[in-house]
Ligand binder design. Structure first.
Ligand code: PMP
Ligand code: G9A
Length: 423
């Protein structure tokens, strides 16, 4: 029997709920379920042969070095390679601005540690990436959201939100954006809008967090300059990651920051983990310096573009005409919106019974509102699964639309913290 310790927990940990995505991933270990839930890369996109070659070389030729502790800032070969890559995107930085982190998720956590006191305000989109929501809330942040449209966050609504907060005596410090191929909405902020948002950030003295895991995965349209390339005074913190362009199992990402912000992030990382896995960093550095990355990104772009098209085709073929969805120019997600009155959280057990899964829309709203939207990942499933899974989902939606007044049967139970406890 386990004892009772919850009275010892911090106030913040008592308030924290489990991540809907992390919990869903456990549930979806059932083999018969076709999952469009997790934002997982396709395993066919992992460059196993090259990684094996690099690992063998490193162990044989640099074993003592790559198996040792590293600096908190990151392995210097990797920081140099990443700085070159970021300079090509127009950023006026050098390797000293690169902080290697344990996934971008760690950077989000470090940003929370550096900037957030309980009840501090962060502006986010509605919807927004729920991992950021969780990271910031774990430090007691209050998230104020601005609704997104087809071009991401509208500057006029951002201005209005800031003005509204100020009239109540509140001043946000941070704005968090996923400007390219948004998770979950799939939308991208065009360059002119980025310039306007940048001006608003400067005028209102906001630090802008540019979380950009998907920007390299563009399948159509023109590249857009990152906010970090428009940054006049070091107020943009840019986050990039190898999770979607190499392999998430490495847990290696990078954060571009400047001056005292960078300094504080480093100090917080020293306390968090000493350093990011040095062996993985050396592998990533070699992967870049041997010139493998660009060929690989082109390969996965072709694969994912095809999968996006397959999913759009299946949606057109099977989904009821009342459902609307985005057709993203890149990234990994389609955001589908069902007719008003359908709650995708309520519908979820029915989908699991029909052996198909998605992420419920409400998971991406910091106020947890009811949502008739769902996020569909198209990169992980096979082509055949995309067709079968979307057909199952279409049937689920039709059933829900017809029977929405009936009590849905539970396909799983959750405990008081939102952890899945039985299927
Ligand atoms: N930010 C966004 C917008 C994401 O979609 C993800 C992963 N889904 C992350 C951060 C975290 O990525 P990682 O920790 O694997 O680098
Ligand atoms: O939590 C994970 O496994 C990463 C994926 C994030 C997402 O689905 O958005």
């Amino acid at each position: 029997m386990t004892g009772e310790f919850s009275h010892m927990f911090s106030r913040l940990s008592q308030k924290m709920k489990a991540s809907e995505i992390r919990e869903l991933l456990k549930l979806l270990e059932k083999e018969e379920i076709i999952s469009f839930a997790g934002g997982l890369p396709n395993p066919a996109a992992f460059p196993i042969k090259e990684i094996k070659e690099i690992c063998l070389d490193l162990i044989e030729n640099k074993g003592p070095q790559v198996l040792q502790y590293g600096t908190t800032e990151g392995v210097s070969e990797l920081r140099h390679e990443l700085a070159k890559r970021m300079q090509k995107k127009g950023m006026d930085i050098d390797y000293r601005n690169v902080l290697v982190t344990q996934g971008s998720q760690q950077a989000l956590d470090l940003i929370g540690k550096v900037f957030v006191d309980p009840d501090d305000i962060i502006i986010v989109g509605a919807p927004t990436y729920l991992g950021a929501d969780n990271a910031f809330k774990s430090y007691g942040a209050v998230l104020e959201s601005v609704p997104l449209d087809d071009d991401g966050m509208p500057p006029e609504l951002l201005n209005e939100k800031i003005h509204q907060l100020k009239t109540h005596g509140k001043h946000p410090d941070l704005i968090y954006l996923v400007p390219s191929f948004h998770n979950p909405a799939g939308v991208t902020i065009p360059e002119s809008r980025r310039e306007e948002i940048m001006r608003i950030a400067v005028d209102n003295d906001l630090v802008l967090v540019e979380d950009s895991p998907y920007s390299e995965l563009r399948y159509s349209g023109e590249q857009v300059r990152p906010f970090k390339a428009m940054d006049p005074d070091g107020r943009v913190i840019y986050l990039g990651t190898f999770s979607k362009i190499l392999a998430p199992g490495f847990r290696i990402a990078w954060c571009i920051a400047e001056g005292e912000i960078l300094h504080k992030l480093i100090i917080m990382k020293q306390a968090a983990d000493l350093c990011t896995n040095p062996f993985g960093q050396h592998v990533a550095a070699e992967y870049l310096s041997r010139g493998y990355i660009d060929t690989h990104v082109e390969k996965i772009k072709a694969l994912y573009k095809d999968k996006r098209d397959k999913m759009v085709e299946a949606l057109e073929k099977y989904f009821p005409k009342e459902v609307k969805w985005t057709k993203p120019d890149g990234g990994m997600f389609i955001w589908a919106t069902l007719p008003q009155g359908i709650d995708t959280r309520e519908m979820f057990p029915r989908a699991v019974q029909n052996n198909v899964a998605y992420v419920i829309g409400s998971a991406f709203y910091s106020d947890g509102r009811v949502s008739s939207s769902m996020r569909l990942n198209y990169t992980f499933a096979t082509d055949e699964q995309i067709d079968i899974g979307i057909k199952r989902l279409a049937e689920t939606i039709k059933e829900e639309m017809e029977m929405k007044l009936k009590e849905p049967k539970k396909a799983f139970e959750v405990d008081k913290d939102g952890l899945v406890i039985g299927v």
